[in-house]
Design a binder for this molecule. Structure first.
Ligand code: GAL
Length: 444
């Protein structure tokens, strides 16, 4: 089922991307570099000298999986070409969705050990760091670089806290994809459109189970993957307006659509492949690639992993649909911030500029599975899923992911969501779940 030719294509793409960056850096009279002319005994020599950022630059993230790290390296390559005197310290902490990194970071920030730059999400997570006073206001940088002109307005708003812009986005993930192994579905005689109701999914799951394959690919050694599944089931049942109402407290979590979705979660979990509790999200992607199971409800970082680590071809080996309305796009915007008072703010600013490099954004998105944050990057050479998700990002109905802290509400509510799902899965107590969520939103 695997197509190794795709791996070669990606490797060639990576090489080309890096080469083009190096060429661009050598050929351009880029900001931060200058030329000095020295006259020695009547002879003029022109020596290039780079006056850019320098020193060690700690870049803190949770991008350690095969695809995540390959994508991150595309951005490192940009920085290496624009600011060669910067020594990148890759301080990535393993654990999908930052399950470990966020805790490590919280401990460091509390003790004043502030990384020069770290990864987080636009929205609630960013607001929390800004409120702690540990991030640098980048509003002037945005003005001098003209970045407001190349970013969608809603994205820029999600980077803005109290009128100040505090982050730079690498890309926007869609949280609500349902990926599937095409050969497994073909063997079961199942076909799906771009949008799928839960009833259609159930019928598909029955047909797949009858062929002896687990319908659901799950890796829930970390609970956030179960929470992602529930978030996507809720979105599918209630739609965008009710979702926003649930987040802002206008609608109770005892809404019939939520209760139906919670029932659907229980059904879907019964479809998971046997070893799901031993695997993380990358293990679930691997299980899908191996044909041990059919569907994976996940952000499109799984798309990157299917392409890069699993070396599969989208539209051929696997495809994706959306549960519910295919226009709904659950946003998960990856950003980096500059640590206030860290030991290399200049280096971190150079990193911000590297993140906004158009070629860098394109090659990053190809490996990461996200859509570029910049709206002037041509994605027409991407695969069908990349195209579909970029179109939905541009024209669809954007809603913030709660599980990924994107909603403009305190991260404590996202934490409560996770804890409530743990209890729900353990006890099946729907009423306890809905009232815990109502209480968390009311307290937030
Ligand atoms: C999300 C992040 C993605 C991806 C995913 C899995 O929080 O936004 O970029 O890394 O976690 O680790």
């Amino acid at each position: 089922m695997k197509q190794r030719s795709k791996a070669r294509k990606w490797a060639a793409f990576a090489l080309l991307a890096v080469l083009s960056l190096v060429v661009a850096a050598c050929g351009s009279d880029s900001e931060g570099s200058t030329e000095t002319t020295t006259s020695v005994e009547g002879t003029d020599t022109t020596a290039p000298a780079v006056v850019g950022a320098s020193g060690e630059l700690e870049i803190f993230s949770w991008w350690t999986s095969g695809s995540e790290h390959t994508a991150l390296e595309q951005l490192f390559a940009v920085l290496n070409s624009t600011d060669p005197d910067v020594e990148i310290i890759d301080a990535a902490v393993a654990g999908g969705a930052g399950s470990n990194a966020r805790q490590v970071l919280a401990t460091r920030l509390a003790s004043g050990d502030i990384p020069a730059t770290w990864q987080t999400h636009a929205g609630g997570a960013l607001v929390d760091y800004v409120d702690q006073g540990v991030t640098v206001d980048l509003t002037d940088l945005y003005a001098t670089q003209g970045w407001a002109d190349v970013l969608p307005e809603s994205l820029l708003e999600s980077l803005t806290v109290n009128g100040e812009i505090h982050a730079v986005a690498t890309g926007v993930h869609r949280g609500n994809n349902l990926f599937y192994n095409k050969a497994v579905l073909d063997a079961a005689g199942v076909t799906l459109d771009d949008d799928t109701t839960f009833a259609e999914l159930e019928a598909a799951a029955d047909a797949i189970a009858a062929t002896g394959v687990a319908p659901l690919c799950l890796g829930d050694v970390d609970v956030w993957t179960d929470v992602t599944l529930l978030e996507n089931l809720i979105l599918a049942e209630v739609g965008a307006d009710t979702w926003m109402g649930l987040l802002n407290g206008d609608i109770s979590w005892s809404d019939p659509g939520v209760v139906t979705a919670v029932g659907n979660l229980s059904t879907a979990l019964s479809w998971a492949q046997e070893d799901h509790q031993a695997l993380d999200w990358t293990g679930a992607v691997q299980a899908l690639a191996d044909g041990r199971c059919a569907f994976n409800s996940m952000g499109d970082w799984a798309y990157g992993e299917l392409l890069v680590k699993q070396e599969l071809v989208d539209g051929v080996d696997f495809d994706s649909t959306v549960l519910g309305d295919a226009n709904i796009f659950a946003t998960v915007t990856d950003v980096f911030v500059v640590g206030a008072g860290s030991d290399n703010e200049d280096g971190a600013i150079a990193w911000m500029k590297a993140l906004m490099d158009p070629d860098g954004q394109l090659s990053f998105s190809r490996f990461k599975g996200s859509s570029p944050a910049r709206n002037d990057v041509d994605v027409s050479t991407g695969g069908p899923i990349a195209q579909r998700n970029a179109a939905a990002l541009a024209d669809g109905i954007l809603v913030p992911s709660l599980v990924q802290d994107q909603a403009l509400i305190p991260p404590a509510i996202s934490q409560a969501f996770s804890e409530s799902v743990v209890l729900l899965v353990a006890t099946g107590d729907v009423e306890a779940f809905t009232s815990a969520m109502d209480a968390a939103i009311a307290a937030g």
